[in-house]
Design a binder for this molecule. Sequence first.
Ligand code: XBP
Ligand code: MG
Length: 255
Amino acid sequence: MTLQALIFDVDGTLADTERDGHRLAFNAAFREFGLDWEWDVVLYGELLTITGGKERIRHYVARYRPDFVPPPDFDELVAALHQAKTRHYTQLLATGGIPLRPGVRRLLEEARQAGLSLAIATTTTPENVTALLRHSLAPDAEDWFEVIGAGDIVSHKKPAPDIYHWVLEHLGLDARACLAFEDSENGIRASLAAGLATVVTVNDYTRNHDFSGAMAVLSDLGEPGAPFQLIAGEAAGKSWVDVALLEAWHRRQAG
Ligand code: XBP
Ligand code: MG
């Protein structure tokens, strides 16, 4: 089976959006609502084990704020907080706040030229994906992706495989014709459970995660003149990820 599509996670994979993006937007929303909640860099790393912003807020209240008595309309409060967070986050992206990770633009462009389909599988809110693609990749970048699976369209977020199943179904492809790109343990658990060979690029929040089962674990996708570091797996002697390396990985996975 030939390689036909690449499926990308967003947060932490396309761009380092968590520490100086989502985290700041959550804090801005809390301030806007007069709450004294402040997620510092270390605490946010712990909170990232819970995927999804609304789920993360609920987890924080349950685990870290025993003093907070949830009002009867807590569900609405969480929804409103999360809407404000999305507004702050997309505003930050609109000012060009967050660049793509090394090699991402180059690989996406090369893959398109090679005729591979591109897709996205993420737990983040659809507006966040659109804003990142538009402002950090290209004004028309949404059109580069055949399928964008995001947020609440599935009821179980990563590490459940549901979002990957949804994307594969909409691509009309078997998992064996695709490669996934992830940055976190929850992410690779989801992609592997959907039967996808997965390439991992780590970041500061995820470098100590368990990436058992990954095709390769890299510092980043690398660029000519700025090689990746190979953390686990095999990379055919290459120092940046290109379509030829993806095809080699894909052949190896097919056995
Ligand atoms: C990472 C996440 C997201 C974001 C916040 O998603 O867990 O929840 O931190 O997004 P992925 P929302 O790596 O799968 O893209 O607040 O919009 O839920
Ligand atoms: Mg991620």
